[in-house]
Write a new protein. Sequence first.
Length: 306
Amino acid sequence: MKYLEIAQTDLHVSNIIMGCMRLNSLSPVDAQKLIGTAMEQGVNMFDHADIYGGGNCEELFAEAIGMNPGIREKIVLQSKCAIRDGYFDFSEDYILHSVDQILKRLKTDYLDILLLHRPDPLMEPEEVAEAFDHLYSCGKVRYFGVSNQNPMQMELLQKYVGHKLIVNQLQMSVVHTPVFDSGLAVNMHIDQSIDRTGSIYEYSRLKEITLQAWSPFQKGYFEGPFFHDHERYGKLNQEINCLAEKYGVSNTAIAVAWLTRVPSNIQVILGTTNPQHFKEGCDGSEIPLTRKEWFGLYAAAGNMIP
Ligand SMILES: NC(=O)c1ccc[n+]([C@@H]2O[C@H](COP(=O)([O-])OP(=O)(O)OC[C@H]3O[C@@H](n4cnc5c(N)ncnc54)[C@H](OP(=O)(O)O)[C@@H]3O)[C@@H](O)[C@H]2O)c1
């Protein structure tokens, strides 16, 4: 397992994170097994959100891991807030209220990282700053970040928020590549040139912001893993299988390796509920795909290499 330091923090974290969004489909015993597998593989970081399972995922996690101060200090806990029923809410009151509920459900006194889940166009950044200052000064949250934001949204927030935004969590995978597309096809009359992220990849490298990849295997927006779609991703699956054979790992590991090969701080959030799939994903933590292999997979996923 490869570890990295999140810039300007004391956080030493695995580059694989266990994502807890689907945890509520498991019994407490199976959730315990999955968490145990993750920890045996060297995973020390867990990703939550207040909305996962309507709060049940956080509760089940705390029960399954047997949360106590000894366990708490061995793991890095991240959660998110600000998605409400049909809208997003960065108001100070809602952020403060959400964190209190999260801490209660996770049976802990503090979060290592709090992320704002999706951008709120109605935000007043001064309110976010107030909320973060309060959460930090009373010891409820150590570090702050965002999810699904572009560089200008981060800049706007950062103008007011005194705490460095250390993480941005985005959908990224070999079948979801907007983060890389426009940078690879600058100034061309093709769809790939359209900048959908505001150059978030380059911005994150410049500012030393850790990117976290959500849904590393999902095609589209939660349409299921691409591994089984031979019609749309036949060529990609074929190439992945060849590399899996070469490196003596599973196809899952190669899909993870496509992300971990990127030379900046990228963490991959595995959302599987199956311990075997989880182990296979962890095998991709430090596979050194060559440039030719990385570009080959990008092209096999249907992208043009100019
Ligand atoms: N910030 C955001 O907006 C946002 C949005 C979505 C998710 N997230 C975070 O990202 C995490 C991961 O998202 P995700 O669950 O959509 O990601 P994922 O790991 O791409 O998808 C997991 C799903 O794929 C299935 N799967 C099938 N074959 C698999 C294989 N060989 N290996 C692994 N999985 C396979 C899993 O089924 P099995 O369980 O049967 O393996 C599971 O249903 C979430 O838990 C959450 O923490 C964040």
